[in-house]
Write a protein that binds this ligand. Structure first.
Ligand code: APR
Length: 236
């Protein structure tokens, strides 16, 4: 394991799987007879907002019954103890990185425990259910609150900041993501262009596995603590 200064970690649904949150593409499950992929779109929200509110309210509710796992905690440990920089970007909308101890988490696909008002543009932290009838705490208008989630066809958050970190990283680690959804699936190539070493952790292969210098196959709850130990050991 080489010595590094600037690490970027990208996580996907797989890192939260061992906490009991179903992933998107290998769950094979339907939700109230709907494919979740067909709910996560602006078109679905326009067509049937009640369905979309119910889906995200249920997922927000589920967060009360799950907790961070050793994978989340290993990343937080690296962020605390590594002498250089560790930038964490997640596609996950849960808050398990924060609950695992991470103080810096870049949520490029938004957050379940947040609402966005389409009238005034304000964002609100919330652990409660909300829907069409819920007034915005800022502008008091009802009918404008939507889940603060980046849906298919929408622009991910924080792209400029992410690109800056990718352009100067010397180690890129991707964990538990299927490499099917861009722009995140393309981050490995940006890191390679910056000359970084690249490591993938996944219980399977992903759509972009061949781009990585190293593939470590297995559960992130086991492999991440091991990798963090190696990185911290190499820097000692
Ligand atoms: N350890 C490591 N990897 C795992 C584990 C585990 N315990 N469990 C599952 N995986 C891997 C799977 O092999 C798969 O490659 O995690 C990946 C999960 O893939 P997806 O379900 O496609 O999730 P993700 O890549 O995060 O999806 C990206 O798509 O649906 C949209 O916006 C949503 O953020 C999401 C984006």
């Amino acid at each position: 394991m080489g010595q590094y200064q600037r690490i970027v970690i990208l996580t996907g649904a797989g890192v939260s799987a061992e906490s009991g949150i179903a992933t998107f593409r290998d769950a094979g499950g339907l939700w109230e007879n709907h494919d979740p992929m067909e709910i996560a779109t602006p078109e679905a929200f326009a067509r049937d907002p009640g369905l979309v509110y119910r889906f995200y309210n249920a997922r927000r509710e589920q967060l009360r019954n799950v907790d961070a796992n050793p994978g989340h905690r290993a990343i937080a440990r690296l962020q605390r103890e590594f002498a250089g920089e560790v930038f964490l970007v997640t596609q996950n909308v849960d808050d398990l990185h924060e609950r695992g101890g991470s103080e810096q988490v870049c949520h490029m696909h938004g957050e379940l425990r947040a609402a966005l008002c389409l009238h005034c543009g304000a964002r609100h932290r919330t652990e409660s259910s909300f829907d069409h009838a819920t007034p915005c705490p800022d502008c008091a208008v009802s009918g404008g609150l939507r889940p603060d989630i980046v849906w298919f066809g929408e622009m991910p958050y924080h792209m400029q900041e992410i690109d800056v970190h990718l352009a100067r990283c010397d180690l890129f680690i991707s964990v538990g993501t299927s490499g099917q959804v861009y722009p995140a699936a393309g981050f490995v190539r940006e890191a390679l262009a910056a000359g970084a070493d690249t490591i993938e952790i996944n219980k399977d292969t992903s759509g972009v596995s061949t781009w990585f210098h190293q593939q470590r196959q297995g559960p992130s709850g086991e492999l991440l603590p091991r990798l963090v130990e190696e990185i911290l050991g190499a820097g000692a």
